[in-house]
Ligand binder design. Structure first.
Ligand SMILES: NC(=O)c1ccc[n+]([C@@H]2O[C@H](COP(=O)([O-])OP(=O)(O)OC[C@H]3O[C@@H](n4cnc5c(N)ncnc54)[C@H](OP(=O)(O)O)[C@@H]3O)[C@@H](O)[C@H]2O)c1
Length: 295
């Protein structure tokens, strides 16, 4: 694959300790880039940093951050800004699906907090570094599951009844709607109009850790679905798609795309709806405590 990455390139990649993100961190480091890989698991974080750095032209630096913790997200952004002074790609890949309803210390349903609000806040806090780096990209690992999601603004956190798949689908719909809204706002921005924003459906990858916290029944269904020829894919193939959108020249100039297996696809109507996107943007700003008038 042709790549725009070089020895000076800095990539911040969340969810770099496992599954699709781990392979993507290794591949991006192989291009010579410095990859800051974020996750919570120290052992896996150290392993990916040591192995990828030893085996590639670039570097993987691990940062232990719980993205459910809003102040930790802000500290991460400040540390990356201070340490590197540039940001070529911000890749929001961390994600979870949870069998039971949990809340963060900030009182937000945790799937929505980690999968959507953390990317929103991290992008907000790093928009200056992205704007100052020519050709910078924001990439979000979304999912085709966004098509079954809905955004009930009166009960975003499912306090009146929780279903793991619905919560996950809602967070992935938020990923796509956020990407499209961000792309449009970037285009109209004087400050950050050179930054592009795209999201990707990596494919169904039953082998990753994503399904470790779902119900027994869902685990079984996932395993069975993975056995059907042509349904599942590998973390390596999924990572290739993510790396392409992050580093291939053809995605450097295009923005507001939802990329599937055969290239850009039309995302769901809910994700494209301008009113829904704008409302999500404002509600998200309110939930993380920032001014919605950005970039
Ligand atoms: N697998 C699939 O079939 C599939 C399909 C479509 C989309 N996706 C998306 O692909 C992305 C990667 O998932 P995966 O399948 O590779 O699953 P995975 O193996 O479980 O990887 C998830 C990553 O997210 C990190 N993470 C989760 N919660 C976190 C938190 N609170 N703070 C910091 N990091 C956190 C994990 O790090 P730690 O464990 O170190 O905390 C891990 O590195 C997700 O966004 C997922 O929604 C996956």
């Amino acid at each position: 694959m042709d790549t725009t990455m070089s020895a000076d390139t800095v990539v911040l990649l969340t969810g770099g300790t496992s599954g699709i993100g781990r392979v993507a961190a290794e591949r991006l480091a192989a291009t010579g880039a410095t990859v800051v890989a974020v996750g919570r698991d120290r052992e896996r974080g150290r392993a990916v940093a040591e192995e990828a750095t030893a085996e590639s032209a670039g570097t993987v630096a691990f940062r232990r951050v719980d993205l459910a913790d809003r102040s930790a997200v802000r500290d991460l952004a400040a540390a990356v800004d201070d340490e590197y002074g540039r940001l070529d790609a911000l890749v929001h890949n961390a994600g979870l699906a949870s069998a039971t309803r949990r809340e963060t210390a900030d009182g937000v349903e945790s799937t929505f907090a980690v999968n959507h609000l953390a990317p929103y806040l991290l992008t907000h806090d790093l928009i200056g570094a992205l704007a100052d780096t020519p050709g910078a990209r924001v990439v979000v690992t979304a999912s085709s599951v966004h098509r079954r999601g809905s955004l009930d603004f009166d009960d975003l956190g499912f306090s009146s009844g929780y279903d793991a798949l619905d919560a996950y689908a809602r967070s992935k719909l938020a990923n796509v709607a956020f990407t499209l809204e961000l792309a449009e706002r970037l285009r109209a921005s004087d400050r950050a109009d050179g930054v592009v924003a795209n999201c990707v459906h990596p494919g169904f990858v039953p082998s990753t850790g994503l399904y470790r916290d779902v119900s027994r029944r869902a685990k079984l269904l996932t395993r069975l679905a993975g056995l059907v020829p042509g349904v599942g894919t590998s973390a390596a193939k999924a990572a290739r798609r993510l790396v392409e959108v992050t580093a291939a020249p053809e995605y450097g100039e295009r923005t507001g795309l939802y990329v599937g297996g055969d290239g850009p696809e039309e995302p769901s109507e809910a994700a494209r709806d301008p009113e829904t996107r704008d409302r999500l943007w404002r509600v998200s700003a309110d939930l993380v405590g920032v001014d919605p008038d950005w970039p």
